[in-house]
Each structure stands twice: as C-alpha cells, then as structure tokens.
Design a binder for this molecule. Structure first.
Ligand SMILES: [Zn+2]
Length: 161
C-alpha cells in the first residue's frame, strides 16, 4: 500500500522555500522563494542576501541608521534572487514565498511572466509597499493565493552511527 499522508505540492514547495530561507544571513528576516513550473518542477530557488562579491563581513545587516549604513540599499530579496538565478523562461510559473512580495519584487515577478504567487505570511499587509505591490499584481492579473496554514521547518543534526 502506498503512503497516503505525503506532503501536498503546496506544502512541499513552501517547505523548500523555508529551507532555502535558512541560508539567509539576515539576522532579522529570512525569506525564501521557489519558482515552480506548471509540471510541478522546481525551476529556481532563492533567499535574501547581498549581491555576489558583496561580502557579509563588509556590508551591514542593520535596519536603522543612515541609508548607506543599513541593509536596505544592498540586499537582494529572495524573489528577485530566484528570478535572476533562473536560466529558464518563467512565463506561467508559480512562485512560492514565505512572505508576501514587496513592490520591487512584484515588478520583477510581473515582468518575468510568473502568473501565480503562493504565499504564507502577509504580516506587512498594511504597509505602503505591500499595498502598491498588490495593486500592480492585481492589475497584471497575477493570481494570489495565501496558504491557510503555516509550515514549520526544523533541521536537527544528529551524530552518525
Ligand atoms: Zn522584495
């Protein structure tokens, strides 16, 4: 008899997004994104971090202070990293994100042809960035779907026998 209690596709891909987020060195916000084709194939994956060559030891992760002394001018969001990491045509793909995309990522998502966003948290729903993001995504006809539950990920290391 086959196992019946397997992960659903949504759980599997959101779980991958969370696993990817664990790679982020951002001390306050770890976000992961997974781009999936219509055939349930992972096309690309990303997490929030600094661009290539911009060392985590030299660039700041701070959230407050002068603009140039914070992370904001430097960090590449998970969604944009996943889009830029892909060598494939993303038209018609879905993107799984642990946090609803900001307005800058929404532009990249729309322009890449991604047609569906599956997200988990919408904790910044009241911010100007998220309101602008949803306005663009709705105008562009991108489908938005919030998972009705949160995926919990835990990596436990055990000594090999
Ligand atoms: Zn963003």
């Amino acid at each position: 008899m086959k196992r019946m209690d397997v992960l659903s596709w949504d759980e599997y891909f959101m779980g991958l997004a969370h696993l990817s987020a664990m790679r982020s060195k951002d001390p306050s916000t770890q976000v992961g994104a997974v781009i999936v084709s219509g055939e349930h194939r992972v096309v690309s994956i990303g997490y929030n971090g600094f661009p290539n060559g911009c060392s985590d030891d030299e660039f700041p992760w701070d959230r407050e202070g002068d603009f140039g002394a914070t992370k904001y001018p430097y960090v590449v969001h998970a969604e944009l990293n996943a889009i830029l990491n892909s060598k494939n045509d993303l038209r018609g793909c879905s993107i799984y994100v642990s946090l609803f995309p900001c307005n800058e990522c929404a532009k990249a998502i729309i322009q890449s042809g991604i047609s569906r966003i599956v997200y988990e948290s919408d904790k910044y729903a009241d911010t100007d960035a998220t309101i602008a993001s949803k306005r663009m995504l709705r105008a562009a006809g991108v489908e938005l779907y919030q998972l009705p539950y949160r995926i919990q990920m835990q990596v436990q290391k055990e000594e090999n026998e």
